[in-house]
Design a binder for this molecule. Structure first.
Ligand code: ADP
Length: 529
């Protein structure tokens, strides 16, 4: 029909219509079907193919008419061969040979092939190939019409490809956001939640389904807001008018947020404003971080500084007081007072040394782990030694040692293990202000020894049993205010025991006393802590 002049006007109308239909369509598959259908119709084709250039310059048939699908693989291979040759534009003879080979493969009745490249901006997107069962000479006019159709088709294909790429990228972005470890929320200009990823779900205890559409302050409920009030900032004109210290791009908020289940966590939220082309606020993207660990570490640092400075200042003040008193020239102290004063100075100096040693050990432990000097250790003997020395320092307590006679020697670090016993027995005395019985005992099986230190002191509340082994952790109470300590003893004890390959635990009853048990393998293999 193409060749008959009477049809020409109708052809142009048809072409216009089909162009509109093609360019209105964004679905690539649908565009290709339209292109194919129009080509076959216009050229009265018996067989039609639309192939697109894909990855690595390979052409593949993406829409076909009048072809069995079993033939497609073969066709693709031939297409590749045809297109890989640089001469297809100029070497029409080569092109014809290849197209004829294809035609024979498809249907022996085919007589003519037409080849329409789909070009955009000088780049080849794909091609349309039509085979007819009869042969007609094409005129220049026909070719112009066909070319303009192919140009329209190329635009439509290109748009649909761009659109599908955008869809893909949007899907990819959504997946990245959804699975990102950082929380991401999107807000509309009225501060309603329009995006809520999994990480924020986990942090806040809200599901995206429940949070979407809510005002941000219904979901992010601050129990305490330390800085960065979004609502207030927006009222004051953020992101267009800035307060001192704000940056145009972002606003940072930090505080304690009350989760949906009532628990609180520390959150840091960075809000970034997204403006549209007219400069209006389109969205706010909120990057949400759980900073609970960070804040706890900061808190620990503060506790550390205040405890340690207190712990250092007290003995220094006592030492200075006694030294000052003793050296007064106007007073003649009798020898007993001098002795007592010197004893206090000695004890306080020991306390300082212990504290500094513990601090150094804890610092070193964190920096480089612990190294053991392994040798034979007689724990039974060591326990007796510790008991004797400690007994000298207290009249309120009675310290006894109970080990079976066949208690074995173990392999371990003698200095460190002594530190363990010193700390445990020291604590037993310190935390039994009314005195009582303190027992150091042990038993063994064929692989491990177990040592315990038992007291009849104040005991430890159940919910504190785990935390007392943390660095700088002290139970808050009247007792901890009355006693000295930096909260390092049990931290070091556990590190030493675990480096030996053992473990430590505690049993306690409030008001009745505590027992600390630790195990050590008979042959300690140094294990990095
Ligand atoms: P410090 O004694 O310097 O505070 P530790 O790490 O040795 O630090 O102990 C941590 C906390 O555990 C103590 O502050 C105390 O509250 C508690 N604790 C340790 N040993 C005992 C014990 N035998 N009886 C009761 N409480 C104890």
């Amino acid at each position: 029909m193409l060749m008959l002049p009477d049809y020409r006007v109708r052809q142009r109308d048809f072409l216009l219509e089909i162009s509109r239909a093609m360019t209105a369509q964004l679905d690539l598959g649908e565009v290709l079907r339209l292109v194919l259908r129009a080509s076959v119709l216009m050229l009265a084709g018996k067989v039609g193919l639309v192939a697109l250039r894909g990855a690595e310059e390979r052409f593949a048939v993406r829409a076909a008419f009048g072809v069995e699908s079993a033939r497609l693989e073969d066709l693709n291979a031939r297409l590749h061969e045809l297109m890989a040759s640089a001469s297809w534009r100029t070497d029409t003879a080569f092109l014809n040979v290849k197209l004829n080979q294809m035609a024979v493969l498809l249907d022996r009745s085919l007589r003519q092939s037409l080849f329409l490249p789909l070009m955009i901006g000088g780049e080849l997107l794909g091609l349309i190939i039509i085979f007819r069962s009869y042969w007609v000479q094409t005129t220049e006019n026909d070719e112009q019409i066909l070319q303009s159709f192919a140009d329209q088709a190329a635009i439509a294909v290109h748009n649909a490809q761009l659109y599908s790429r955008i869809l893909y990228e949007r899907k990819q972005l959504a997946a990245i956001l959804d699975y990102s470890a950082d929380g991401v929320m999107t807000l509309d200009p009225q501060l309603r939640i329009v995006g809520f990823n999994r990480a924020v779900e986990r942090m806040t205890g809200w599901t995206a389904g429940d949070a979407l559409g809510k005002d941000i302050d219904q979901v992010i409920v601050w129990a305490q807001l330390d800085k960065g009030d979004l609502q207030q900032a927006v009222i004051e004109g953020w992101p267009f008018r800035l307060q001192a210290g704000d940056s145009a791009e972002t606003l940072y908020a930090e505080g304690e947020m009350q989760r949906r289940d009532g628990l609180t966590i520390s959150l840091g939220i960075t809000y970034a404003a997204l403006l549209d082309d007219d400069g209006h606020l389109a969205n706010i993207i909120a990057n949400v971080r759980d900073i609970t660990h960070f804040r706890r570490a900061q808190e620990m640092q503060n506790v550390f500084v205040s405890t340690v400075s207190h712990e250092l200042k007290t003995p220094v003040a006592i030492i200075k007081g006694y030294a000052g008193t003793l050296r007064r020239e106007d007073a003649a102290w009798d020898p007993q007072v001098v002795q007592q004063g010197l004893l206090v100075i000695e004890e306080e100096s020991d306390r300082l040394t212990d504290l500094i040693e513990n601090l150094l050990a804890a610092g070193k432990l964190r920096a480089e782990g612990m190294r053991l000097s392994i040798g034979d250790v007689d724990l039974r003997h060591m326990a007796q030694d510790v008991a004797d020395r400690m007994q000298n320092q207290t009249a309120l307590h009675h310290i006894s040692v109970q080990f079976p006679d066949d208690f074995p020697l173990i392999l371990g670090d003698v200095v460190r293990l002594r530190q363990v016993l010193d700390n445990l027995v020291g604590n037993a005395i310190k935390y039994s202000p009314n005195g009582g019985e303190i027992t150091i005992g042990g038993d063994t099986d064929d692989r491990y020894v177990r040592v315990y230190v038992r007291d009849q002191g104040i005991g430890i509340p159940e919910n504190e049993l785990e935390r007392i082994f943390d660095r700088f952790y002290r139970i808050d109470g009247a007792m901890s205010r009355k006693t000295n300590g930096a909260g390092l003893g049990l931290y070091l004890v556990r590190a030493i025991v675990e480096t030996h390959g053992g473990s430590i635990r505690v049993k306690s009853k409030l008001g009745q006393g505590s027992t600390f048990y630790f195990t050590l393998p008979l042959e300690a293999q140094e294990r990095n802590h």
